[in-house]
Design a protein around this ligand. Structure first.
Ligand code: TPP
Ligand code: MG
Length: 1048
């Protein structure tokens, strides 16, 4: 919209210029004497390339072309009557002293004078013609792509917009050889002031070449005038861009590699699915050109995400994974023979890898291709998060050294919502990576679906327009056009540090995979494809015709490539896979599940606790927080001072602060996490007078790095001041899939970071289900990549209805891979239970235990995802408090047990029971906040013969501690109590494991586990508060009832 206005104003001002210029006046008057010939000579020339036929005829009939208006009559009604006088004055002033007028006028007069002197042809140009010509040029800029020859198959049916027809603007054949001047101030490209006068024919020829050739540019949706001008400068060059011979040979070499690679795989593995790139082989040279150009412009590392199609080719030819290794894996040899830890593995077209590759300019660039699941586009935010992490850890402040590149399919780019979610992170202060380059392998089909059935938008890339990203559509058969836009995208990214899209319009030579028959569903398309030459054949022909390359040159490259492919194939037979590169540089010293990692204490020196405690509870002297916040901070300071009554928020801040001073990076992300959904965290406070923000966790150390603690987008204010990136003050992205994926990617880069994602309420995590299912729960098993990502999911039955009560604990437990029937080694010195499990699921009930479980994430030699059912009403619960002595490492203090101060996987009964309590008639095992309700009821009812134990770590199951409690209470009836319905919560996970523990101690079978909780239910909770209260009271009472429990 802004763009339109600006352009509109430009036109007006242009007319104004003309109106005021006496040179123009004279010429226009001359022209007028010829009369209104345009309308009468409306020419429809079938052989003419520029002027369409039908459009003009009908338009001409419907709306006659307006007659030119003489300047003398125009001036008084146009803008205001003073304009021509003013301009004539201006011109006189300029003639006397060019420096006396504004630079733009100086340019204008200079240009115009020189044009008029040298170009007699211009003399006939009227104001209306200038304006119409401008509109025509603008139409090409806006809609030229609609006429571009993008489809290599020529099957695409598109209506060329009327406004690309010069006839619409009143131009006829007679005008084609007239000369026109087009300059507009502060414009680039065709409309630049320094462009020579040209005939209409020449202008149209260049417009057609620039906008309607093999490249269709879409950029006029971009609001920023400077960016549009930058692009016009690149697109509207006086002559078309051409590569020299040397570059052409390199491009040819790369295209031969790309093409032969697929052919080779096809001949060696005739019955394997490889999701080949045939039909879009130009992608590979295009990517290489892009990467070379990026390296020239300072990029040192690229993180790549891509789907199945062409992945092996990218791995081999772009990332330079050794071909023998690719061939060896393709033969389905075991992935890794060194050590038993090989995980479950994944299909070959999902595997990731990373290498250093030399570039054309003699530099080296690090490329990592991120492993991805089958779920299309799910890897997008992961790649972006990883890129951001690389930028932080390599101090890439201006984000020019590390870049993300995402390759998409046309169907998935248009169809998958996570594309939009990821795009929307691109300019947020704590998520931006300075622009991702998107490449769409647009083969005009998705599995069996035609674009028309797969999307409602004209282009599959239209979603990117929301982001002001330029989109370069390119015919995938035009090798040099592909290379050109790939380079242009690299230039754009490094110049403007924002997203850009390259849409390679191509085709898929075979079926969805090599085993599929495409003619079942796309018969017409495949008839054309069968006879369609490959991009390589087309390019070779072009080069031969140019005379720059000889047949021998081409043959030599072919021979070289095929002999290397054959050598590598032979070598692959003896290839012994090396130890997986699953640990990148930052991860050296970390243990795989086959290596025992020592369990460490997580208590902290009391003096340090006091010091950081002070830092996180103190606001600057002159800071004026909200009254309520002031009170909270005073209370917090008192907690630290007295060492008593530490609540959840302070405990969390203590965990973060102690990790920070130990040199770790802490990053907390999610909706509204600064304040906290439940208004409990207040990690960033706002001065009520100045609006200034203060984040105490930024100040736990002297000269603390400003991003060392990152929470949501609190850096907003600073960035506004620096005018760096657009800022949405105070709001974090309202995305779960995108943001969780991003944090996952971030967490995988450097183990010395505590990366947390908090859901607003736990149930919203299901918007990010793909990340849980396909990455977090199984990424290590599939791809041998570790992550210590922490997921905080507010959970608990407090009457907030079906959505906000449950984080669907059962789902996380159901995805846990600890064997319900086998008790693993539990000896503290030999235990690898967590290492061998896919993730940890906890439901923690004390602030101190929360502190320790967070610190444990870092104080161990491996990384494992942590799912936390985090509390809501415990945040302010009277009894949910800890003393500072539970946080410290002092022997004999409350947190210290046999091993030291650690996270308690199970909290035993608080009634100071001895090792053997034969009089206890019932052992109630529970998890989460229901404990406090049970405890309260027990106190009220005087149920001293009931023991209540909290299972704080549900997964992996704390067999050793459960058995210890079974032993302590030999006569107790065993109860599992939960607030969730029977088909939800932890019951189904606990039952078989508890039973295994019981069996090992001769304590009965599954029937001896008594269930107390809500009845099975479709919805997670009732929407009626009264019903909730009644249900809750009943289950608590039942757990403590004097009579034996008869359920299940
Ligand atoms: C989220 C998701 N839904 C469905 C599929 C199944 N699927 C695999 S490939 C494919 C078609 C993809 O089309 P496109 O994005 O155009 O890529 P192409 O295969 O044409 O390269 C589909 C639907 C999938 N992998 N992921
Ligand atoms: Mg496709």
């Amino acid at each position: 919209m802004i763009c339109t206005l600006v352009q509109g104003l430009a036109l007006l001002r242009m007319a104004w210029f003309r109106a005021g210029c006496s040179v123009a006046k004279r010429s226009i008057r001359r022209n007028l004497s010829q009369g209104g010939s345009y309308a009468a000579r409306a020419w429809v020339g079938p052989q003419n390339r520029y002027i369409h036929t039908t459009v003009f005829t009908s338009k001409a009939e419907a709306a006659p072309v307006p007659r030119p208006v003489p300047l003398s009559r125009l001036t008084d009604s146009f803008l205001d009557g003073t304009s021509s006088v003013y301009l004539e004055e201006l011109q006189r002033a300029w003639e006397a002293d060019p420096s006396s007028v504004d630079e733009s006028w100086d340019n204008f007069f200079r240009n115009f004078a020189s044009q008029a002197a040298t170009s007699p042809g211009i003399s006939g140009q009227t104001i209306q013609e200038s304006m119409r010509l401008l509109l025509l040029v603008r139409s090409y800029q806006v809609n030229g792509h609609m006429k571009a020859k993008l489809d290599p198959l020529g099957l695409e049916e598109r209506k060329i917009p009327d406004d690309l027809d010069p006839a619409l603007y009143g131009f006829t054949e007679a005008d084609l050889d007239r000369e026109f001047f087009l300059g507009v101030w502060r414009m680039a490209g065709f409309l630049a002031e320094n462009r020579p006068v040209q005939t209409l024919r020449a202008i149209l020829t260049r417009l057609e070449q620039a906008y309607c050739g093999s490249i269709g540019y879409e950029y006029m949706h971009i609001a920023d005038r400077g960016k549009c001008n930058w692009l016009r400068d690149k697109i509207e060059t006086p002559a078309p861009m051409q590569y020299n011979r040397q570059r052409r040979v390199v491009i040819l070499d790369r295209l031969i590699w790309s093409t032969q690679f697929e052919n080779f795989l096809a001949t060696k593995w005739t019955a394997s699915k490889r999701f080949g790139l045939e039909g879009c082989e130009t992608l590979i040279p295009g990517m290489k050109e892009m990467f070379d150009r990026s390296a020239d412009l300072g990029v040192e590392s690229i993180v790549i995400g891509m789907p199945h199609r062409g992945r092996l080719n990218v791995l081999g030819n772009v990332v330079r994974k050794p071909l023998r290794q690719i061939f060896s894996e393709f033969s389905n040899k075991p992935v890794d023979e060194v050590g038993p830890y090989i995980g479950t593995g994944d299909v070959k077209y999902h595997l990731g890898t990373s290498y250093d590759r030399p570039t054309r300019g003699g530099k080296r660039i690090h490329l990592s291709l991120v492993a991805n699941p089958s779920h299309l586009e799910a890897v997008d935010p992961v790649v972006v998060g990883k890129t951001r992490a690389k930028q932080y850890y390599s101090n890439d402040v201006d984000r020019t050294k590390n870049m993300g590149v995402l390759i998409h399919g046309d169907g998935s780019f248009a169809g998958q919502g996570v594309v939009y979610e990821t795009l929307h992170l691109s300019a947020l202060p704590n998520y931006t990576t300075g622009g991702t380059i998107h490449i769409v392998v647009n083969n005009q089909v998705a599995f069996t679906t035609d674009p028309k059935s797969g999307r409602s938008s004209q282009y599959c890339t239209d979603v990117a327009k929301a982001l002001d990203a330029p989109i370069f559509h390119v015919n995938g058969d035009d090798m040099e056009a592909v290379a050109h836009v790939c380079e242009l995208a690299a230039d754009w990214r490094q110049t403007f540090r924002s997203d850009v899209v390259v849409d390679i319009v191509c085709y898929r030579r075979f079926g969805h995979n090599e085993m599929d028959e495409p003619s079942f569903t796309q018969p017409k398309m495949y008839k054309v494809i069968r006879n369609h030459p490959s991009a390589l054949e087309i390019y070779q022909k072009t080069l031969l015709e140019s005379g720059q390359v000889k047949k021998d040159d081409i043959d030599n490259i072919h021979n070289k490539v095929s002999s290397i492919l054959n050598e590598e194939f032979l070598a692959s037979k003896d290839y012994i896979p090396k130890k997986r590169d699953w640990l990148s540089a930052y991860w050296s010293g970390f243990k795989s599940p086959e290596q025992l990692s020592r369990i460490r204490n997580t208590g902290v020196n009391p003096e340090i606790l006091k010091n950081v405690g002070k830092a996180i509870t103190t606001l600057p002297d002159n800071f004026k927080p909200h009254r309520a916040i002031k009170k909270i901070f005073l209370e917090r300071a008192k907690m630290i001072e007295t060492g008593e009554g530490i609540d959840w928020a302070v405990s969390e801040a203590l965990a973060f602060a102690t990790l920070l001073i130990e040199g770790n990076h802490v990053r907390l992300s999610g909706q509204d996490v600064e304040r906290g959904t439940f208004s409990h965290r207040h990690s960033v406070v706002h001065d009520q007078e100045t609006g200034e923000k203060y984040c105490p966790l930024d100040h736990v150390m002297m000269n603390q790095d400003e991003e060392m603690f990152t929470v949501s987008n609190r850096r907003g204010l600073k960035l506004i001041a620096l005018d760096c990136v657009p800022v949405q003050a105070k709001a974090s992205s309202l995305s779960e899939f995108g943001v969780l994926g991003f944090e996952l990617g971030y967490s995988m880069e450097n183990p010395n970071s505590l990366v947390l994602w908090e859901a607003q309420f736990g149930d919203f995590a299901n918007g990010a289900q793909v990340i849980f299912d396909q990455f977090l729960s199984c990424g290590e098993a599939k791809w041998l990549r570790q992550t210590g990502l922490v997921v905080l999911l507010p959970h608990g039955y407090d009457g907030q209805g079906p959505e906000h009560s449950s984080a669907r604990l059962e789902r996380f437990l159901q995805m846990s891979d600890d064997n319900p029937y086998v008790i693993p080694e539990m000896d503290p010195t030999l235990r690898k239970q967590i290492q061998e499990c896919n993730w940890q699921v906890v439901n923690v009930t004390t602030p101190a235990n929360y502190f320790h479980v967070l610190r444990r994430q870092i104080h161990r030699e491996f990384r494992k995802p942590l799912i936390v059912m985090s509390p809501k009403n415990l945040l302010r619960h009277r009894d949910c408090k800890s003393n500072l002595s539970e946080f410290d490492d002092v022997q004999g203090h409350a947190g210290f047990d046999k091993q030291g101060t650690r996270f308690k996987r199970l909290i035993k009964d608080q009634n100071d029971h001895s090792d053997l309590e034969e009089g206890i008639r019932r052992l109630v095992l529970c998890s989460g906040k229901v404990y406090y309700e049970l405890d309260e009821m027990r106190k009220k009812a005087g149920g001293d013969d009931v023991a209540i134990c909290r299972v704080e770590q549900l997964c992996p199951f704390p067999y050793d501690l459960i058995q210890r409690e079974l032993k302590r209470y030999p006569n107790a009836e065993l109860v599992w109590c939960q607030e969730e319905p029977m088909n939800m919560g932890a019951y189904n996970y606990i039952a078989p494991r508890l039973c295994t523990a019981m069996k090992a101690r001769g304590r009965g079978t599954i029937d001896d586990i008594k269930y107390v909780g809500r009845a099975p239910s479709a919805a997670t909770a009732t929407g009626f508060i009264q019903v909730h209260v009644k249900e809750q009271a009943e289950l608590v009472q039942k757990a403590l009832q004097p009579e034996p429990i008869s359920c299940p």
